[in-house]
Design a binder for this molecule. Structure first.
Ligand code: DAH
Length: 345
């Protein structure tokens, strides 16, 4: 009878162990685990059983060494099976709770923030709300009545020049519409709909075909304020603007009026505010012209009002120390992220 060599016996057992290792590692459920068990540890024709029969074919002198190796491999395969069994039958939730340590520091999260112009608009709106002004909105595409005529800007007025406005050609309208050139349009829209008394503020985009430079842009934002009720004077206008400026810029801000002209106010003024020892132009204002009150059906004998229009970019540039308003529109995150909106309304 020819004997099985010890080398062949050991090599076959080693190969069996590697095979068991691979199959158990790939087993992810109970059924796969059972197949692996039958294939390697099966009592009748499992590979270990088959290998055990080879033990009898070894030369007598090789039997002790062969037996030791067989036992070692069997123990290893048993241990691999036990570990795989534990892994496959562990509840999923247990895996999860042990896999995530919530106390470890996380990746740093980049927080976004509100655009500095939006911050400014919200802040202005909040301050004006505290002063009793309701925030209202108006359309950006306007007709000539609301942008010009009701505001006492007649057809021949230079402000209506096609070179100074974005007129739209809309076939269904005899008269061209335009992108509003000022938020004063909202004064008319609100007065047409409501009776006095009223206190409103409107913040939004306006459009003019200006060449972009450090202080101009073809689209910019305005704050429009309007207060109409019996007995309103320039003193009310000045105190409201002064309260606003003090709240917005902080401290006791001085407000200065310079004589000016706007078709829809009489008298009209330019508004300057003193801040850090410098006088800054903030916009225009005045007493609502009686012709405007009449255009919306109000009686100028019983009510009077004031109006003002300020530039949002100008206010924001002052507050944040920005020298070129074009920076607000470049969408460069390195610029925008410098303006913290924490603690802002
Ligand atoms: N609408 C004017 C402009 O765009 C600003 C303005 C001036 C608004 C006087 C007003 C006002 O309400 O009373 O230049």
């Amino acid at each position: 009878m020819t004997h099985l060599s010890l080398e062949t016996f050991v090599a076959e057992l080693n190969e069996l162990r590697v095979g068991a290792e691979r199959m158990l590692a790939e087993a992810t459920d109970a059924a796969a685990l059972e197949s692996a068990r039958v294939a390697f540890l099966g009592a009748k024709s499992g590979r270990l059983k088959t290998a055990q029969r080879g033990l009898g074919q070894l030369a007598k002198a090789d039997k002790p060494a062969g037996g030791r190796h067989f036992n070692a491999v069997k123990q290893e395969v048993d241990a691999l099976f036990a570990a795989a069994h534990e892994r496959v039958s562990a509840p999923i939730d247990a895996h999860r709770t042990t896999a995530i340590d919530v106390t470890l520091p996380g990746d740093s999260i980049r927080l976004g923030r509100v655009h500095p112009l939006t911050q400014t608009i919200r802040r202005v709106a909040a301050i004006m709300s505290h002063l009793g002004f309701e925030v209202v909105e108006g359309p950006e595409v306007e007709d000539q009545w609301h942008n010009f005529e009701a505001l006492a800007i007649p057809a021949e007025h230079p402000a209506r020049d096609p070179l100074d406005n974005f007129y739209l050609s809309v076939a269904s309208h005899a008269e061209p519409l335009l992108l509003r050139s000022q938020t004063s349009t909202v004064q008319i829209r609100v007065m047409e709909e409501r009776d006095p008394p009223l206190r409103i503020v409107s913040l939004g985009r306006v459009y003019r075909p200006d060449t972009a430079d450090a202080t101009h842009y073809p689209m910019f934002h305005q704050v429009e304020g309007l207060l109409v009720e019996p007995g309103i004077t320039m003193a009310h206008l000045k105190s409201v603007l002064r309260s606003f400026a003090s709240s917005f810029l902080g401290g006791d801000v001085h407000v200065r009026f310079r004589p000016s002209f706007f078709p829809f106010t009489e008298p009209s003024v330019e508004v300057d505010m003193e801040w850090n020892g410098r006088w800054i132009e903030m916009g225009g204002a005045g007493m609502v012209d009686p012709a405007v009150l009449e255009a919306v059906g109000y009686d100028p004998e019983t009510v009077s009002g004031f109006a003002f229009g300020l530039g949002v970019e100008r206010i924001a540039a002052r507050r944040f120390g920005v020298a070129d308003i074009r920076d607000f529109y470049r969408n460069d995150v390195r610029f925008l992220e410098q303006f913290s909106d924490r603690g802002q309304a």
